[in-house]
Ligand binder design. Structure first.
Ligand SMILES: Cc1cc2nc3c(=O)[nH]c(=O)nc-3n(C[C@H](O)[C@H](O)[C@H](O)COP(=O)(O)O)c2cc1C
Length: 127
């Protein structure tokens, strides 16, 4: 059974994203073809990228990066719940994706780092 992370990409106090992520988890919970887990970036504080080697090499020197890499390595796929800040995703989500990419494994984020939020079609709720 594929394990899917629902990554909540806003961390500010009073964020609406938490409500959206819980709705996504509610919809996902009705599916039988995957196991879904909420990954709240507020629980994974990361500084701006501070690794000397390319993330795709997977040789992380800092404990916070190692912990984050271990978290995303547990999953086969990802759903991103992102706010729109200044016509883009949040800095915290972009930084999290930049800091550790699963492309050193068989599970890349995507061919393009902008792909997750380039898709504008709303998700189907009929599953
Ligand atoms: C710093 C900031 C920048 C924003 N920029 C945009 C924007 O470019 N386009 C837009 O439609 N909404 C924008 N908004 C509105 C947010 O999309 C909206 O407040 C949303 O609830 C943010 O998600 P959050 O509540 O999980 O942080 C912005 C909000 C903030 C706080």
């Amino acid at each position: 059974m594929p394990r899917i992370a629902v990554i909540l990409g806003s961390t500010r106090p009073g964020r609406r994203g938490e409500q959206v992520a819980r709705w996504v988890m509610d919809v996902a919970g009705r599916r039988t073809d995957g196991e879904f887990e909420l990954v709240d970036l507020a629980d994974h504080p990361l500084p701006h990228l501070d690794e000397p080697l390319l993330p795709s090499m997977g040789q992380y020197q800092n404990a916070h990066t190692q912990n984050w890499a271990a978290t995303i390595a547990r999953f086969d796929g990802f759903v991103f719940v992102t706010p729109e800040y200044n016509h883009s995703t949040s800095g915290v989500l972009k930084n999290a994706m930049t800091t550790s990419t699963p492309s050193g494994t068989t599970r890349p984020w995507a061919s393009s780092p902008t792909a997750p939020w380039a898709e504008r079609e709303p998700p189907s709720t009929s599953a």
